[in-house]
Design a protein around this ligand. Structure first.
Ligand code: FMN
Length: 197
């Protein structure tokens, strides 16, 4: 295990014919090359994440929260993560409902952990979705990372599974370096003192 621990890269879209796995695969390659983390790519399409939630909030129910059996591996992998990169498209100027559902089924899994964003879409490069996610993750006591990546018009700016922009890898390095710093600091802090949520 590295000092920064485990990085979960979350593919936020579950749509048929989605582009998300292409972006996530490139991000995972950048993270592996960067070397600060053990990398785990989480595809939300692999799990049962219903829209109907239990009556209670996961904030108070803790481990007893009644999640579907098909969500268990997702919850375990979110629990095990020390940092997250959320890979999100933009749907109607926000992020997909699949991602919101996965976020809302959990609470402590996000708390006192750093989260960075890689977005893609049309002209805005998915930035509307990433901005909304920053708001939401703050409510869950996560720490959002300033430097994100946004890929506008991905349908003309990516080829063969990679962005054509030669500066993209450098921006990914900046994001990963900041994420590593926060992950190491917060991992130590969580081990020393329970977070006062
Ligand atoms: C329901 C829906 C709404 C969309 N709204 C936007 C939008 O507001 N802005 C934008 O730039 N792209 C928008 N798009 C285009 C998506 O960014 C594009 O289809 C992208 O491939 C979606 O990611 P995915 O392939 O991983 O699902 C929308 C796509 C869908 C399916």
């Amino acid at each position: 295990m590295t000092d920064s621990g485990r990085l979960a890269i979350i593919i936020g879209s579950v749509r048929e014919g989605r582009f998300g796995p292409v972006v996530a695969s490139w991000v995972a390659e950048q993270a592996t090359t960067h070397g600060g983390f053990d990398v785990d790519v989480i595809d939300l399409a692999d799990f049962d994440v219903p829209l109907v939630l239990p009556a209670a909030s996961p904030k108070y129910a803790g481990d007893a929260y009644p999640r579907p059996e098909g969500m268990r591996p997702l919850t375990e992998r979110l629990d095990a993560a020390d940092a997250f990169i959320i890979v999100t498209p933009e749907y109607n100027h926000s992020y997909p409902a699949s991602l919101k559902a996965a976020i809302d089924w959990h609470f402590t899994q996000w708390t006192a952990k750093p989260v960075a964003f890689v977005s893609y879409g049309g002209a805005a490069g998915g930035r509307h979705g990433a901005l909304h996610l920053e708001n939401v993750l703050t409510e869950l006591h996560a720490v959002t990372i300033r430097d994100g990546l946004a890929f506008p018009a991905y349908f003309t700016t990516w080829d063969g599974g990679r962005p054509l922009d030669p500066t993209a890898a450098g921006y990914a390095t900046t994001l990963l370096t900041q994420l590593t710093w926060w992950a190491t600091a917060l991992r130590r802090a969580r081990a020393e003192t329970p977070y006062p949520a």
